[in-house]
Design a protein around this ligand. Sequence first.
Ligand SMILES: Nc1ncnc2c1ncn2[C@@H]1O[C@H](COP(=O)(O)OP(=O)(O)O)[C@@H](O)[C@H]1O
Ligand SMILES: [Mg+2]
Length: 318
Amino acid sequence: MAGIEVIGLTKTYRRGLGGETVRALTDVSLAIPAGEAFGIIGPNGAGKTTFLGCLLGFLRPDAGRITIDGHAPDDLAVRAATGYLPERLILDRWMTGGAFLAYHHALARLPEASRRADVDAALEQVALSEARAQRVREYSRGMLQRLGLAQALLGAPRYVFLDEPASGVDPAGVVLFRRLLSDLKRRAVTVILNSHQLDQVERVCDRVAFVRAGRVEAIETISAGATVARVLRVRAAGAPIGERIAREALAAIATQAGAELRQVTAAEARFAVADDAGAARLIAALVAGGVAVAEATPEESRLERLFLDAPGATGATP
Ligand SMILES: Nc1ncnc2c1ncn2[C@@H]1O[C@H](COP(=O)(O)OP(=O)(O)O)[C@@H](O)[C@H]1O
Ligand SMILES: [Mg+2]
């Protein structure tokens, strides 16, 4: 089968000398078809990095079976088709960005004749062309992360594994990262993306698995990427919104602002909006229409609720 198949994966670690056994993954089964962007989300310590380690053939499972295009994860053909951005990137700080990529290009046994051009293209791809001759120790955290991404994409892999790719990246980096991921999607590259931040995976993945304490608790299909309609719950100051304004008037204001009234209760009104800009337009229109908006909160998706309900999920340290 083309794609990744995981059946009954269990992985334990032994902590310290003769110490207790830590169960990092318990009976995980998943199928990820080739070309999919698959997100894995969960609090710190959930087992995300361990899962990638097993998929990459770096870690030996206690039980279970993993195949990638029908091969074992440590199969050389699979390795050659795989790019990987580790969670903690370790770089030789004296190297320049260009030298680092050239070194990895050679390690991956990519053709020497195209090395210079490939490295140029890789730097260009992550907007680091200017920093080519700069030493890695002078790179910011975000630049390092982008360099790691460039390294993971060398040789045009068919499988790309990214462990917390957007951590420490500035907003411009996040935008660039999203663009890179949609490029990968267009080229039918299979992407597995770990993150403890829901918003990072929601926008770029086709499906997202929620992992907690080593188990897959849910797998959600994300519909239609960036154009997902959001539901905004609005409460008015003072008297409840449903008593202050007629339903028809609320519906008219919503329509005018390009939104749609879904429901009014005494306490709150729910509107469907296209995006953040749509939400801002709606709030402005409500205020202009005499509704003293006290609170407007986006309704949580099922994934968000799962994530927020997870013990230790909020305020988690990276
Ligand atoms: N090398 C290791 N030795 C012992 N325990 C480990 C090791 N790596 C991870 N763990 C433990 O396994 C669990 C899962 O860790 P990890 O896969 O890193 O989670 P995540 O990436 O979701 O934060 C945690 O309890 C962690 O402490
Ligand atoms: Mg991790």
